[in-house]
Design a protein around this ligand. Structure first.
Ligand SMILES: Cc1cc2nc3c(=O)[nH]c(=O)nc-3n(C[C@H](O)[C@H](O)[C@H](O)COP(=O)(O)O)c2cc1C
Length: 322
């Protein structure tokens, strides 16, 4: 595939990052530069900085030694599923550069929960907290989803500082239906663990649907909410990106900034600030991050902003929140 393919570029970045992680003094030096930040404790976990790498960038945890070098105060690996799976056929990742956006329909390509557990076991302790995002395998029918999540949870619990229960990816048929009140109630009721559980929601939910999710989360003692995943909406795109805009999948980046902030604001109000929130979606500047934190987020994550702005973005957020 040519240089222009977005997924090939992504793979090159992860490969380079893996190699960087193999040189500890370089990681330590870069981390001093990009990672100077104020630590904070959220849901009982101490984070050396407020900015995390969002789920999906390093699904199989291949570059875990290196991400702190770019200033990340935590990393969320996954989404992994119980069964290893190839994801959707390529192409499945599209850049919309004029809009500073990405559309993806990866479909949870990953090596499976057991392979991730084996890698984490071999890696040993990490420099920053680790979130593990879990989702449903494509081959597992939605009515058996609970078992899929439970199995992943069990093998990964020894390594996770928190779990993200992903019920909001648009690329696994039926998955978003697990945000519905009854389905979410059954799922969370079955996930028995001492590791903090967070639920990751879609930006496309109505206020009523978000309120329902919060009610179920409260009933199950969920540790926090991650808002938001990618959107099915196609608002706010530049005219030159209209071709790619027609691709099926979830949209992330700049066009998501306002909606993600709105969802975080709503959740913070609904819960009177009692439920920790990780704000994610279209954070491309230190000001975007500050607005998320002001709206009530305790931590933030970035994915698409990191693609377009690089590690300077992480440093800028760390400094602005110092
Ligand atoms: C290529 C790609 C893959 C993603 N994969 C996942 C995933 O596996 N699990 C998940 O919870 N979110 C996934 N996301 C969503 C991001 O974690 C994040 O919630 C979303 O992109 C909004 O943040 P951003 O605008 O900073 O990218 C993915 C996003 C992209 C662009």
């Amino acid at each position: 595939m040519g240089r222009g393919d977005a997924e090939t570029a992504h793979e090159r970045t992860v490969r380079l990052t893996v190699r960087l992680g193999a040189v500890p003094p370089v990681v330590a030096g870069l981390r001093r530069y990009f990672g100077a930040a104020t630590p904070r404790t959220v849901f009982g976990v101490r984070f050396p900085g407020p900015v995390g790498l969002a789920a999906g960038m390093d699904k199989d945890g291949r570059a875990l030694r290196a991400w702190p070098a770019f200033g990340f105060g935590f990393v969320e690996v996954g989404t992994v599923t119980w069964h290893a799976q190839p994801g959707n056929p390529r192409p499945r990742l599209f850049r919309l550069p004029a809009s500073e956006a990405v559309i993806n329909r990866m479909g949870f390509n990953n090596g499976g929960a057991e392979a991730l557990a084996a890698r984490l076991r071999a890696l040993g302790p990490l420099k920053v907290p680790l979130g593990v995002s879990i989702g449903k395998s494509k081959v597992t029918p939605v009515e058996d989803a609970v078992e899929d999540y439970r199995s992943s949870l069990q093998v990964l619990a020894p390594y996770a500082d928190y779990f993200a229960v992903n019920v909001s990816s648009p690329n696994t048929p039926g998955l978003r239906g697990l945000q519905d009140k009854a389905a979410l109630n059954t799922l969370l009721g079955a996930l028995d663990t001492t590791v903090p559980l967070l639920v990751k929601i879609a930006p496309d939910l109505t206020e009523q649907a978000i309120a329902d999710v919060l009610e179920v989360c409260a009933a199950h003692g969920v540790a926090g909410l991650i808002a938001t995943n990618t959107t099915l909406a196609r608002d706010g795109l530049a005219a030159t990106d209209t071709m790619a805009a027609e691709e099926t999948g979830g949209l992330s980046g700049r066009p998501l900034t306002a909606r993600a902030l709105e969802v975080v604001t709503f959740v913070a109000k609904e819960t009177a600030g009692d439920l920790p929130i990780i704000g994610v979606g279209g954070i491309h500047s230190a000001d975007d991050a500050l607005r998320m934190l002001d709206a009530g987020a305790s931590l933030v994550q970035v994915y698409t902003g990191f693609i377009y702005k690089g590690p300077g973005l992480i440093r800028a957020i760390n400094r602005a929140t110092h």
